[in-house]
Every structure is written in C-alpha cells, then in structure tokens.
Design a protein around this ligand. Structure first.
Ligand code: NDP
Length: 325
C-alpha cells in the first residue's frame, strides 16, 4: 500500500506543509509500525513548522496519534498485529503509516475511540500533568488558566472541576459558553478586559495560587500580577509568540513567586510514568469525568488549512487530522 505523509522541506508558513508519497522502512528492533486512524493537531506542530523549535529538514510534523499495529520489529513483545495503540512522541505524526518505539505506545481501551485516544495523548496528558504533577491541585485552590477553550484548556477545566478547585479561564468572548460547559467557574475576555484587574475583583484581592499560561508573549507579565505571594506561574507555551526574558528580581518584588517552564516529555519519560498517566486519563474518558470536545476535523492532507485555523484562533477544543478522509 502506498504511504503518504506531510513533509516540511523548509520551515515557514502553513504553505510549507506538503502532502507527498514516502517510503517507510520495515520496523527496526523494538519498533512497531502503525497504520494511523487519527492524528492530533497541536500548537507545537506550528512551532516546528515555523522554525521556532529546531528540527532537521526534511521532516514530518506531528506529536500524537492513534492507529493499528500492522507489523512488529525484532524483540517487540508488548504488541502484535491488530492491536489498537496511541502515542505521543516528537515528530513523524502527520503520516498514514509510521514506525514508533514500542515502549512509547500504549493500548487503547475498547471504550475509547481512535480520535479521542489520539488527542488524549498530548493534549490530555498535558492537562493532567499540569494540574496533578506540576502543581498537585487541591479543592481549596484558585487557578487562572489562559486559552480556556483550546484543546488543552477544555480538558484542564474538567480536571479542575473533578478535583473541586476554582478555575477561572481567559478566552475570546465567543468561546466563553463552551469553557463554562467544560468546568470553568468564571471567564474573562482577555482581548477586551484587563484580566489582572478582573482576577483581583473576582478573588476579592486574594489572587490565584497558580496561573497556567500557554499564550506567552501577550499575557505572561500580567499573569505575574494575578498571583498571591508564593504563588506559582506555569509557563507552558507561547501561542502568541515567544516570551520576553524574565528579570528574576521581579519575582521577589511581586511576592516571592515561583516560575516553572515544564514540558510533558519529562513527566512521562519512564514507562511507568507513561502508563500511570494514560491509565488515569483513559479512566477519566471511560467514566465520563473528562469529555474531550473535538471541535474540528480535517483530512490529514489538508494540514495547511488546519494550521491556518489554529494560528488564526478559529478553533475550539481539539482538532483531529484524518489520514483516511
Ligand atoms: P489551543 O487549542 O489552546 O489553541 C491556542 C488558543 O490560544 C487559541 O485558540 C486562542 O484562543 C489562544 N490564543 C491567544 N492568543 C493567541 C494568538 N496570538 N495566536 C493564536 N492563538 C492565541 O492549542 P493547544 O491546545 O494545541 O495548545 C495550547 C498551548 O499549550 C500551546 O501554547 C501549546 O504550545 C502548549 N502546550 C504545551 C505543552 C507542554 O508540555 N509544555 C504540551 C502541549 C501543549 P482564544 O481565541 O480564546 O484566545
């Protein structure tokens, strides 16, 4: 069967995403080959495409997906042909078929679809580690989560609601109802309101225990003003552009604040941490604690259109790219 993938030969705008016929070698030792059924679109894909994050060209973007094992390399005992698996690894996701280290794949439970499994791997596991590991959220915590109606944001709202914490979100006004239906207690229109002032009002001056900021350039400095003394700023993305350098002296002036810049892959580096994370996430999907909103679907070959929509702030929830569409 012929195999196609999106190839980036030179970094740049969405137009550099080209659909091409490619060869895939037989899976090497410890690898499985999978035929993909669903691929998740993530903001990180745009960072690699644009060159903000380095990658050796030519490359295929895409960090999460799900499909069927169609061959197993030497020494693979964990999976066999026909198994349904999902993964998150660096690059290679925008392809019909791909090879993957077997120890980075997990089995998909019968009650979870390929689409949900795909987007649970990067977006879901990110929301989980941010709220359970970077900070172990408690019922009496108040947190601010930027881009509440995004892929990671809608999952985070439901996890916070499950824990019983108060979660305040920022989003474009037209996306507020969706975030409210996914666990957010209050929403702020950060395009038209001073979100730090609103946080002050909403918390009667107590401010937040944690701020989760993936918007970056346009929000980060003001996010510091939303934190109570010794509060934690979690800077985990840059949808609006790379953040400016931070003067550490500001952290003492603003009340002995903590700042971290985490990435999912450190939190699931070992097999046991990957299994613990996916077991909890798939458990939440299975029992309805978390419902992942798939806001948009695109054919994988139309990845260019999908990138334009994501960067144009036109998407809500998760976006799935379909190899068979
Ligand atoms: P989203 O679905 O959240 O899309 C981004 C959203 O950000 C937009 O819909 C928009 O919502 C908001 N936004 C605000 N300003 C801008 C802007 N200038 N340009 C574009 N969007 C803007 O994306 P993902 O769920 O894929 O990812 C969310 C963030 O989490 C990303 O920054 C990503 O890099 C980060 N991430 C980090 C990980 C980590 O481990 N560190 C892992 C996974 C994701 P609105 O219109 O409401 O403002």
């Amino acid at each position: 069967m012929s195999n196609h993938a999106i190839i980036v030969e030179e970094t740049g705008g969405p137009e550099v995403l080209k659909w091409k016929e490619v060869d895939v070698s037989a899976p090497g030792p410890g690898e499985v080959r999978i035929r993909q059924k669903a691929v998740g679109l993530n903001f990180i894909d745009t960072y690699f495409r644009s060159g903000l994050y380095p990658a050796d060209a030519p490359f295929t973007p895409g960090n999460e997906g799900a499909g069927d094992v169609i061959a197993a390399g030497e020494g693979v005992t964990r999976f066999r042909e026909g198994d349904r698996v999902a993964y998150t690894v660096g690059l290679g996701g925008y392809s019909e078929e791909r090879n993957l280290p077997a120890d980075r794949a997990v089995s998909i439970p019968d009650n979870v679809s390929y689409e949900l499994a795909a987007v649970a791997m990067l977006k879901g596991l990110t929301a989980r580690y941010l709220l359970r590991k970077t900070h172990d959220l408690k019922a009496d915590d108040t947190v601010l989560f930027h881009a509440a109606s995004g892929g990671v944001g809608l999952i985070a709202g439901q996890i916070a609601q499950h824990i019983g914490a108060r979660i305040i979100g920022t989003a474009s006004k037209e996306k507020h109802d969706l975030a409210r239906h996914h666990g957010y207690d209050e929403l702020i229109d950060y395009n038209n309101e001073d979100f730090a002032q609103r946080i002050k009002q909403l918390t009667n001056g107590d401010l937040c225990d944690v701020v989760y900021d993936s918007v970056g350039k346009t929000t980060l400095m003001k996010s510091l003003d939303c934190l109570r003394p010794m509060g934690l700023l979690v800077s985990f993305g840059q949808s609006s552009g790379k953040v400016d350098p931070l003067d550490l002296g500001l952290l003492s002036q603003k009340g002995s604040l903590f700042v971290t810049r985490p990435t999912l892959y450190n939190y699931i580096a070992s097999r046991s941490s990957l299994e613990e994370a996916t077991e909890e996430m798939f458990g939440w999907l299975g029992d309805g604690t978390v419902k992942i909103e798939i806001g948009q679907r695109f054919a994988l070959k139309d990845a260019e259109k999908a990138h334009r929509a994501l960067e144009g702030r036109e998407t809500v929830g998760a976006t799935v790219l379909l190899p068979d569409a």
